[in-house]
Design a protein around this ligand. Sequence first.
Ligand code: BJW
Ligand code: ZN
Length: 272
Amino acid sequence: MSTASRERFQSSLRRARKIAVLTGAGVSAESGIPTFRGAGGLWRRYDATSIASPEAWQRDPGLVWEFYNHRRERALGCAPNPGHRALARLEAVWRDAGRTFTLITQNVDGLHEQAGSRDPVRLHGSLWQVRCLACGSVTENRDVPITPAFAGSGSPDPDARARRFTAAELPHCRCGGVLRPHIVWFGEALEERDLAAAAAGVEGCDLLLVVGTSAVVYPAAGFVPLARRHGALIAEVNVEPSAVTSLCDFVFTGGAGEILPSLLDVAPEPAP
Ligand code: BJW
Ligand code: ZN
């Protein structure tokens, strides 16, 4: 993108009274967290519906926990990158100026929060929360391994035929119920509260920034056309085109950690 469009973007950003940001796995790629699609993506190795779906859980909850245990193990050693930090800084500056800022993320890794983002809307749940299938309680849980049986289990073998973990080896709630990852799997509904918070952040925003998402998973991707219908300017930061690039007014090609710090280094100014 030319210097001129970078300046036009920054000038719109400075005047924006209401900003929304939608992030995906690409924002965490430079922190060492694998994305889902594309080279090196998780779904290259695993068929998504055979590991991140209610059917997979019914078939073999131990295999699903092995996958999430491995993801938690990897995420534990990862730290926010300059892209996460630039978004947290923008949020602080905008809120201090009495303006509205909503961060909507599809990520479950918790790196936005670690970077200082205050209350991101987590559309797809959290790697660090578990939900009891008996009493429904959702609790923070940073145990790695998730239970002793999962110590050193590594990444699951998608072709494994035999169950490796017994029911007793799965994590359990104090009430005795089995705990599952508090993650939204394919075919599961997103929480109404999160959808409403995301829609409220997008409706009437002046600017939507879309960072590091292929924008193929719904309903998350639907927030981009929603912003368009509401007349917002849309800017994208991605290493390659996404499913919503054609809806964007500004496209910045490159890594989020590389582009965001200088792109977002602006102070708000009064709207004309
Ligand atoms: C960089 C970079 C760098 C790399 N810098 N960029 C409408 C149409 C068609 C289908 C549907 C529809 N509505 C619903 C569906 C079905 C389905 C769906 O969307 N399917 C599509 C795939 C076709 N949706 C659902 O099932 C959802 N549920 C639902 O709709 O329920 C309805 C219902 C209602 C009432 C009752 C019951 C049901 C749920 C979706 C849940 C998604 N879950 C996952 C996995 C769980 C999380 C986990 O285990 O971690 O969430 S799937 C996976 O994809 C994950 C992600 O959050 C999500 C989005 O992926 P993301 O973030 O975009 O990552 P990638 O890898 O795709 O892209 C990375 C991008 O980064 C790329 O563009 C790179 O170029 C870029 N990049 N490095 C910047 N350094
Ligand atoms: Zn319980």
